[in-house]
Design a protein around this ligand. Structure first.
Ligand SMILES: Cc1ncc(COP(=O)(O)O)c(C=O)c1O
Length: 488
């Protein structure tokens, strides 16, 4: 049994400061351009932070996907990659890492997380109207399921929708509702149950192992499979060690193995899970492997590379082992917790308890004067970029897709997500984020709404274009200059 590492470090001053347990050896210069240039950049990018050019971005808090810092071990592993279309040794090293860390014998590589979602939806959604119960959707998972004619139902407990809460596991599946949905729908119309580790869209909120065990019982009762989205599994496991009494003394390896052991199929974005690129699907069941196998060469590439470069495959293998190192995983959640607590103490409405992936600002409350039809979270993301150069991501109604009749489907939460990728930012950068957000909160009445001027039919949030409904951006720039003088 692996012994749990201790990562708690107390300061003599009594201050609760997250201490970096790594040193910086390769750096990248950042630009902080003046607010007037940031305003131009917003118009050029259709007020959509996805479309900004990083030459205009100071701190990139868009996502942790493909932006976590790589370790020296990962970078050096990339140097001994084995270039081969078929049978690459790099692949076998990765397969071994998957077996050791995720404890599943059969592995199918895919080029990133959503490719796994495509393969699973294609393989298992047999007829129009098939229903996938899940704790909560992720944008790309939903898009693939609906693309193949499926539907989803989200089954969180009511507490998960309370923005401020101390519930440690807001990502838990509502067991009673799950049972009822299966009975009403008929198990023959349910291809699988999907559980997402650290439910992304409600603020990176984890589920507990106790809850997953109960989901397993229901799945067994009806003979259904559980598909685990493990993209944020490392962070979910870390929060289980922090919050679930049975696992307070467990190692990351034990917790991760317990979770994956309860799922039939595990898929992941390696851009997140292993701080690399790529993705994968794994299972302990040979039949499942064969059900999916044929789709990999069709969509991804041969079975020993799956569309991933061999160099990234090496980085992925090392990154998977490093997921078991609590000192590596804890850095991002600890920074997030620090940022959330300091912002809350200064009156900024935040999602609590602090989750993983990023700090989430409650735009519905901060911009309560902006109707949901004018996208408060999108407006806040644009306004925050304008006053800080920090690029966050809208996680609200813009990220939702329209229903089959073309009507808006309003998000349950309007959030500005400020991602904190693993080991990328320093504490003074986090303090800058706090400073500018506190200022913006005090001047929030100056933020106005947005409207679409270009709306793609699928995953509109990626490339959609918007514009402000009034000249609110100029007022915000004027107030910034008044308060900050010639500061960048
Ligand atoms: C929970 C979750 N699932 C799936 C994905 C999709 O992964 P990818 O971006 O590698 O396609 C993501 C990406 O952000 C995610 O957060």
């Amino acid at each position: 049994m692996t012994k749990k590492q201790t990562v708690k470090i107390k300061f003599y001053s009594g201050e609760d400061i997250p201490l970096e347990l790594h040193k910086v050896r390769v750096v990248q210069k950042l630009n902080l351009v003046p607010i007037e240039r940031r305003l131009e950049a917003l118009f050029e990018s259709g007020f959509n932070t996805f479309r900004l050019n990083t030459k205009d971005v100071f701190l990139d808090m868009l996502t942790d996907s493909g932006t976590n810092a790589m370790s020296d071990m990962q970078v050096s592993a990339m140097m001994h990659a084995d270039d081969a279309y078929a049978g690459s040794q790099s692949f076998f090293r990765l397969q071994k890492a998957v077996e050791d860390v995720l404890q599943k014998k059969y592995f199918l590589p895919v080029h990133q997380g959503r490719a796994a979602e495509n393969v699973l939806a294609k393989a298992y959604i047999q007829k129009k109207g098939d229903l996938i119960p899940m704790n909560y959707h992720f944008t790309t998972a939903l898009a693939h399921i609906t693309q193949y004619g499926g539907r989803i139902v989200e089954l969180l407990y009511d507490e998960a929708y309370n923005i401020t809460s101390e519930h440690p596991f807001k990502g838990n599946m509502n067991i009673e509702k799950l049972d009822a949905v299966i009975r009403e729908t008929g198990k023959e119309n349910i291809p699988f149950i999907r559980m997402e580790a650290s439910t992304n869209l409600i603020g990176g909120q984890p589920f507990s192992i106790q809850n997953l065990r109960e989901v397993r019982k229901i799945a067994d009762k009806y003979g259904l499979r559980i598909v685990l989205d493990a993209s944020l599994l490392g962070e979910n496991a870390y929060l289980i060690i922090q919050r679930e009494s049975e696992f307070l003394h467990s190692s990351m390896a034990e917790v991760i193995g317990t979770i994956t052991g309860l799922a039939d199929i595990v898929y992941f974005s390696a851009r997140k899970l292993s701080s690399s690129r790529g993705g994968g699907i794994c299972t302990g069941n040979e039949n499942i492997y064969h059900e999916l196998e044929g789709l990999i060469p069709l969509f991804e590439g041969f079975l020993t590379y799956g569309g991933i470069s061999v160099r990234e495959i090496e980085a992925m293998a090392v990154g998977l082992y490093e997921t078991l190192d609590e000192t590596m995983i804890c850095q991002s959640p600890q920074f997030i917790s620090y940022l959330v607590r300091s912002l809350m103490s200064k009156g900024v409405p935040m999602v609590t308890p602090p989750g993983v992936l990023g700090a989430h600002v409650d735009a519905m409350q901060m911009c309560s004067h902006i109707p949901q039809l004018q996208y408060p979270a999108g407006a806040l993301a644009a306004a925050f970029f304008l006053v800080s150069g920090v690029r966050g991501m809208e996680r609200g109604s813009i990220s939702n897709q329209r229903d089959e009749n073309g009507n808006e489907t309003y998000a349950d939460m309007e959030l500005l997500r400020l991602a904190v990728p693993r080991r990328v930012f320093t504490l003074s950068q986090i303090k800058y984020v706090e400073d500018r957000l506190v200022w913006l909160n005090e001047n929030r009445h100056l933020i106005g709404g947005l409207k679409f001027i270009y709306e793609p039919p699928v995953l509109r949030f990626f490339m959609g274009g918007l514009e402000p409904v009034s000249d609110w951006t100029n007022k915000l720039v004027a107030k910034f200059r008044e308060d900050f003088g010639d500061s960048l």
